[in-house]
Write a new protein. Structure first.
Length: 575
């Protein structure tokens, strides 16, 4: 009997065993508390040595194993989700290149070789976002590529300025006169890749990609690249006195804005994308507070439950003929009980419900924000964002479970496809067990802050307040699902991500276009042309037109010329 194996299934098995090997390697390195640097000297120019270094450390290998595990589950899910895709092998190759670029970013601690992974992520993400060839996907891909290109340019500038150090290795960066500018460039590059304000508008737009790609992008690859870059550079970046306030302010505003926008969003994938944006703000805030290991801890736990959330959402979208409007999805408890149970677990982990994976990292970050001497406004934004996270998560879950199903009645009543059941099961185990396991494995025990009882319960109280708020807005139909929808200005601001979406696209282009057209008419087609070849041709042509009537009647012209010249010749001879 001959079995026909899909390329996605073969890729999934390969990635799964690679993840097991990488996790074993990470466990060994963590056990012996050792980092293995490997360096290959390519060439030496005068005193500058060009190396190709690779670093294997417990943090990088654990993150790589997480990326490979999620990629394996996504590939298995894509076997069913993309089953009708004609060019499935091409899609699988693009996703594998995407995963390879992320691993290059993890293991290359050198600014120049790191660009291979950094630009590889940008290029492959653009190709995958525009995979469905239509105008909407092309627009989403362009805003994704151009926004990330800002970070690419700042990283290239940082490489040029780092020449003062005579090396580009991030493992031993030292202070030089350009260090502050280098730190600023690297921070901007990380902010663009992780979609922090004001570069946030590309993240929901990237939802135009297929759902398996979205599960990878929003869990462990593209958007986490900026966070991981700051974790790698943290000792060097934290030496700049403006690094902490800049990162803390942008992270706080990003968390708050993403929570508000998710409360008014009705697209299922965009709600999850905005939740990713909010959690990226939590990671950046942890870095700003001075806890890079805790940010890495939340990076791992978030990757697991966010990939689960996207795969569950992808199952719902797949069974509803690729419809993803939250207002038409409902009554899924009887149709997809297993999927909805796992989605509920993922949402609870996102809300930092006790003893799930997200609780061990996110709750600790919130408690440490109370333990640190922060501004009251920043702390208020932290906990408002936590309340909004619980609110939109409960709104999304209860709407999918309880509301009436307004979609087409022609859809599946149950899910027996193992290509969907197995990824959901494995990632659900990660969403339940990964937090406690990693906490026992890498987290130092002296991070637990000593707080009064009312502050200790404040994160859980914010989560319960968000659940109550979501319950009231869903049950009370008079509020139309959001109490601020009565105010058109605030509602539009939330829907458009504080107007960053139109600002980043075409609303501000009309004035520069008119100005450019005016300059083109005045300079390029005006003074520049008239002062060069076009002006010379026009002058010669005008003078030639003056002599044409004279040259048509030659006898009269010669007679007239003689009459004019005779007095002149007579006057010259007599003088």
């Amino acid at each position: 009997m001959i079995f026909h194996l899909k390329s996605s299934f073969i890729a999934s098995i390969t990635l799964f065993f690679s993840s097991l090997l990488m996790f074993s390697f990470a466990t060994y390195l963590n056990h012996i508390s050792m980092t293995w640097p490997i360096s290959w000297e390519i060439c030496s120019i005068n005193s500058s040595i060009i190396n190709f270094p690779i670093i294997f450390d417990p943090m990088g290998t654990l993150f790589a194993s997480t990326v490979l595990l999620i990629s394996a589950n996504v590939m298995l899910f894509a076997s069913t989700y993309m089953a009708e895709e004609i060019f499935l092998t091409r899609f699988i190759i693009l996703v594998l290149l995407f995963v390879l670029s992320m691993n290059m970013l993890i293991f290359f601690p050198h600014l120049m070789t790191l660009l291979l992974g950094w630009d590889g992520l940008g290029l492959t993400s653009f190709i995958l976002v525009i995979y469905y060839q239509n105008a909407k996907s092309l627009g989403a891909g362009m805003i994704t590529a151009l926004t990330n290109r800002i970070g690419d340019v700042t990283l290239l500038v940082a490489i040029g300025w780092t020449l003062n150090n005579n090396h580009w290795s991030i493992m031993n960066m030292w202070f030089n006169p350009m260090s502050n500018l280098i730190i600023l460039c690297i921070t901007i590059a990380a902010m663009t890749k992780s979609a922090q304000m004001p570069f946030s508008s590309w993240l929901p737009a990237a939802m135009a990609a297929p759902t398996p790609v979205s599960a990878l992008v929003h869990s462990s690859t593209l958007v986490t690249a900026g966070v991981f870059l700051i974790i790698r550079f943290y000792d060097f970046l934290s030496s700049f006195y403006l690094f902490t306030p800049i990162l803390l302010l942008t992270a706080s505003f990003t968390m708050f804005m993403a929570g508000l926008s998710a409360m008014t969003e009705c697209d299922l994938k965009k709600i999850i994308a905005l939740s990713t944006l909010s959690q990226l703000g939590v990671m950046m805030a942890s870095l700003a507070l001075g806890y890079p290991k805790l940010a890495f801890f939340h990076l791992i736990t978030h990757a697991l439950f966010k990939a689960l959330l996207f795969i569950c959402a992808g199952s719902i979208i797949h069974f509803h003929q690729h419809g993803q409007d939250l207002r038409t999805i409902g009554n899924l408890t009887n149709q997809l009980p297993f999927t909805m149970s796992c989605m509920l677990i993922a949402n609870m982990s996102l809300c930092a419900a006790p003893f799930l994976s997200g609780f061990y990292s996110k709750d600790l970050i919130l408690e440490l924000s109370l333990f640190n001497p922060l501004n009251y406004t920043i702390s208020l934004m932290f906990f408002c964002a936590t309340t909004f996270t619980a609110a939109y998560s409960v709104r999304m879950t209860l709407t999918a479970i309880w509301s009436n199903n307004l979609a087409s009645p022609n859809h599946f009543l149950s899910n027996h496809d193992m290509n969907m059941v197995l990824p959901i099961t494995s990632l659900t185990l990660g969403a339940i067990l990964a937090g406690a396991s990693i906490n026992w494995w890498i987290s130092p025990m002296n991070l637990e802050p000593i707080l009064p009882m009312h502050l200790k319960f404040l994160p859980i109280s914010a989560m319960l307040l968000g659940i109550f708020f979501a319950w009231q807005t869903i049950v009370s139909f008079s509020t139309n699902l959001s109490f601020w929808q009565n105010n058109k200005m605030s509602h539009n601001a939330s829907c458009l991500m504080w107007f960053m979406t139109p600002i980043s696209t075409q609303s501000l282009i009309s004035t520069p276009y008119l100005l450019a057209l005016h300059f083109q008419k005045t300079l390029d087609n005006g003074w520049t042309e008239m002062s060069s070849a076009e002006g010379t041709f026009f002058s010669s042509f005008s003078i030639s037109n003056l002599f044409i009537p004279i040259q048509k009647n030659q006898i009269n012209s010669f007679a007239l010329l003689i009459l004019i010249l005779m007095p002149i010749i007579y006057f010259v001879n007599n003088s």
